[in-house]
Ligand binder design. Sequence first.
Ligand code: ADP
Length: 176
Amino acid sequence: MIENSVLELVIGDITDEKTDAIVNAANSQLAGGGGVDGAIHRAAGPSIMQQTRQKYPEGCPTGEAVITEAGRLKAKYIIHTVGPVWRGGREDEDVYLRAAYRNSLELAVEYRCQSVAFPAISTGVYGYPLDLASEVALSEIRQFLNEQSDPFLVQCVLFNEGIFGAYSRVLEQWMS
Ligand code: ADP
C-alpha cells in the first residue's frame, strides 16, 4: 500500500487481466511481433492493428506511449509503449525505460483509468537485465503512486517465477 494506491505483483498472462488498461511492450513501428506484443494482438483481435495504423501511422518513439481500445480483451484500453533495446547501459536505457512507465501511467490517468497492468517491459527480446529493469519499473511506479490523490491500482503481471523473483527482491530491499 502506498497512500490509497495499491501496487501488486502477480505471476500470469497479461491478456487475462481485468484492469482498466493493460500495457503492451510494443516496437516503435507498432507492427506487432513476438512476446507479449504478439500475445496481446492475438487475444485482442485485428481491430487493434487497424486502430494503431489509423491513429498512429508514424508509430511510437522509444519511451513514449499511445492508446487504443482493447478489442476482445476484458480491459478497456491497451496502452502501447516502447521500451529501450538494451545496449550495455551506455545509451540512457534507464531514462527511456522510466519514461515508458511514466508516459503509460499518465496516459492511463488522461483516459480516467483507475487500474493498469504492466508486463516487464524490455526484459524479453530487448534484453534489458531483469534485476535492473525491475528496479526501474518499481521505482517509477512507486513515484507515480505517491503523487496520486485518487485511488489507483498498478499490477505488475510477471510471466514466470524468475521475473516475479526479481521484482520481489527489489521490494524486499526497499523494506529492509
Ligand atoms: P521486449 O521486446 O520489450 O523485451 P518481450 O515481449 O520480448 O518485450 O518481453 C517483455 C516481457 O514480457 C518478458 O519478461 C516476457 O517474459 C513477458 N511476457 C511475454 N508474454 C507475456 C504475457 N502474455 N503476459 C505477460 N508477460 C509476458
